[in-house]
Ligand binder design. Structure first.
Ligand code: ATP
Ligand code: MG
Length: 211
């Protein structure tokens, strides 16, 4: 137990269409490397440009995330974004979480591709008030450029305007949801790329099959 420090939550945001073992390895590695109490998976709601009868629905993506994380007592899945009819800004989700889990520290976990997007997010300065970013290595995306930039992770940095970004090396898994969808669509196996329960849910629901 950590009685003398605030609780530390990892936040793993994503479309999770579907959740795969790359997400799980990333979350688990962040949990241990950063001594997080819990990692909260937050599937996104409906992107505004998407039609609503499309499958998998946000609810389906939420269910797959629950199935994938069921065996890990330190992983939880939040409905905070899927409940909303509109797309949610990360900053608004972070504000809500900091009210729900008052006095906690937040670590926003992203892959090497998504960490670049942080810089373009609406209002990165206020984001840094709410969380530290963890940029995980991901096959096909280089962190070299990032390491050389002014966002070089620096534990002593005190400028509150600069987002705090920490680099995390993880065992490389060249898995993406795009690839999973393509594999199902072309009849290739996805076994061992996603948890077995997720695989079953995909096949039983007929997701990603090309008609
Ligand atoms: P898509 O191909 O549909 O974009 P994805 O595999 O990138 O799906 P997302 O839901 O977009 O999955 O990603 C959620 C988060 O997980 C992002 O921060 C992304 O960078 C990270 N991530 C996804 N796959 C990996 C992986 N294999 N290794 C490390 N990080 C990953
Ligand atoms: Mg992606």
């Amino acid at each position: 137990m950590h009685e003398n420090r605030s609780r530390r939550y990892g936040i793993m945001g994503g479309t999770f269409n579907p959740v795969h073992n790359g997400h799980l390895v990333t979350a688990e590695e962040a949990r241990t490397q950063f001594d997080l109490d819990k990692v909260i998976f937050i599937p996104t709601g409906i992107p505004s440009h998407k039609v609503t009868d499309e499958t998998p629905t946000p609810e389906d993506r939420y269910i797959m995330a629950v199935i994938a994380t069921a065996s890990n007592p330190d992983f939880i899945v939040s409905r905070i974004e899927v409940e909303k009819a509109k797309p949610t800004y990360t900053i608004d989700t972070l504000k809500e979480l900091s009210e729900i889990y008052e006095g906690s520290e937040f670590y926003f976990i992203t892959g090497a591709d998504a960490v670049w997007e942080i810089l373009n997010w609406k209002d990165p300065e206020s984001l840094s008030k709410y969380c530290t970013f963890i940029g995980a290595t991901r096959p096909g995306y280089s962190l070299e450029k990032f390491k050389e930039s002014h966002l070089l992770p620096d534990e002593d940095r005190t400028d509150p305007k600069v987002p705090k970004v920490r680099i995390m090396e993880i065992p490389a898994l060249a898995i993406s949801s795009t690839d999973i969808r393509n594999r199902v669509g072309t009849g290739h196996t996805i076994r061992y790329l996603v948890p077995e329960g997720v695989l079953n849910y995909i096949y039983k629901s007929g997701f990603y099959e090309k008609n």
